[in-house]
Design a protein around this ligand. Structure first.
Ligand SMILES: [Zn+2]
Length: 136
């Protein structure tokens, strides 16, 4: 007799997951947060903070591809987490911790937004009052 048939581990697991749904979800969130803090601290030069402005709220911190190519990398990863990928690849060079504001400012500064579609304002002096209708 096949012992695997006698004890249906799949059914046991399903029951266990069902009964401990809330705790398991919390466990996954905690594990994700620990990994995120670990990776952000590594690329934040030992601090879980933005390397440009020092912002520390982990909810608005992200991993930035220093030389661009983040969109392509995300496409390659598909549904896989970049945090897991970074850890599994021994923290390769070419990444930094940025807050989402600095991430967005970097995108604008590098002209990576709306490529060829809408002229991009690269700094504050480009923001002329007439462009936003303040002189009329
Ligand atoms: Zn920042």
């Amino acid at each position: 007799m096949n012992i695997r048939k006698k004890y249906d581990y799949t059914e046991q697991k399903r029951k266990f997951r069902q009964e401990h749904r809330v705790e398991l979800a919390q466990y996954d969130r905690d594990r994700h947060t620990r990994l995120k803090r670990e990776v952000l601290t590594h690329y934040g030069n030992g601090k879980c903070a933005c390397v440009r402005c020092g912002f520390e709220d982990i909810r608005a911190l992200s991993i930035d591809h220093v030389n661009g190519g983040g969109a392509q990398h995300r496409r390659e990863l598909g549904s896989k987490s970049i945090l897991v990928w970074i850890r599994n690849n021994n923290y390769p060079d070419g990444y930094q911790t940025l807050c989402l504001n600095c991430q967005f400012i970097k995108i604008v500064e590098n002209g990576e937004r709306n490529k060829g579609k809408i002229p991009t304002l690269t700094n504050k002096s480009d923001l002329q009052p007439s462009l936003i209708g303040l002189n009329e």
